[in-house]
Design a protein around this ligand. Structure first.
Ligand SMILES: NC(=O)c1ccc[n+]([C@@H]2O[C@H](COP(=O)([O-])OP(=O)(O)OC[C@H]3O[C@@H](n4cnc5c(N)ncnc54)[C@H](OP(=O)(O)O)[C@@H]3O)[C@@H](O)[C@H]2O)c1
Length: 241
């Protein structure tokens, strides 16, 4: 993708990886729109990055996804990049009472929302890039976040098909595959011992500049290259008996 002069929507762009992407893209002379549920988080992000346009929306609701798209089509019809970054992570066991309820929330936010947004935003003539945020956990799951890992495996698979299907329309489909990073994903404190987002973002932009479509770093780079024995060893390490 061309890294400058784009108009970009980053879902979940007020915090963590989404905000770091927003900052980096803004520095490269792009116009950035961010969305998320919490008005307070959006306002805080806009204070740090005044050039950003914000929009509150709950992407777990189909009507709000449609409203977001209608607003973009009306006010920002030149939008050319969609970044499906918003996501949630639920730490749970399959025997928890509320397992199914929480699994459904994760499936709605991490799968249904990006699938719906992709089908809506493909209606924009200007769209030329889709970036889906996956995870290193799509290759070797952590059983404490069982549905989360499966949603990211879905995103990986879908991204491969979309890249093939949208080639004819000249739409770049990129998968950003972070390793564990220090954000509030899964709840405050859970990722505190993980490395900062900044190193990943720098490495990601370097790879984007090189024209790569699968952006990996550290653990995710190792996992995407791993054979069956290495994947099994990683699984055993992450999920000790
Ligand atoms: N941090 C890691 O270790 C890691 C590793 C691999 C992949 N990832 C992926 O990176 C992406 C960003 O996560 P992060 O680590 O940066 O965590 P984060 O700071 O918690 O970011 C998630 C963002 O998604 C937004 N969001 C969640 N549910 C939403 C909904 N229903 N509607 C609209 N926005 C919603 C949140 O804003 P609101 O709460 O205000 O809605 C938040 O800004 C996720 O897809 C995650 O799975 C993270």
């Amino acid at each position: 993708m061309n890294l400058s002069n784009n108009k970009i929507l980053i879902t979940g762009g007020a915090t963590g990886i989404g905000f770091a992407l927003a900052e980096r893209f803004a520095r490269e002379n792009n116009s950035v729109i961010i969305c998320g549920r919490r008005e307070s988080a959006l306002q805080e992000a806009a204070q740090k990055l005044p050039s950003t346009i914000t929009r509150a929306c709950d992407l777990s609701l189909a009507e709000e996804r449609e409203d977001l798209f209608k607003w973009i089509a009306r006010e920002h019809a030149d939008l050319n990049v969609l970044v499906n970054n918003a996501g949630i992570q639920q730490w749970m066991s399959v025997s928890d009472d509320n397992f199914f309820h929480r699994a459904k929330e994760e499936i709605t936010t991490n799968i249904e929302a990006p699938v719906h947004l992709i089908s809506l935003f493909l209606q924009l003539d200007s769209l030329n890039t889709i970036i889906n945020v996956g995870s290193g956990l799509s290759f070797s799951p952590l059983a404490k976040v069982p549905v989360y890992c499966a949603t990211k495996a879905f995103i990986h698979s879908l991204t491969l098909s979309l890249r093939y299907l949208l080639k004819a329309r000249d739409i770049d489909v990129i998968e950003l595959i972070p390793p564990a990073l220090n954000t509030d994903l899964g709840g405050k404190g859970i990722h505190d011992s993980a490395p900062p987002v900044s190193d990943f973002i720098e490495a990601a932009f370097e790879q984007l500049k090189q024209g790569k479509s699968q952006i990996t770093f550290g653990f995710s780079e190792a996992m995407i290259k791993a054979g069956p024995a290495e994947l099994q060893a990683a699984f055993d390490r992450m999920n000790p008996q």
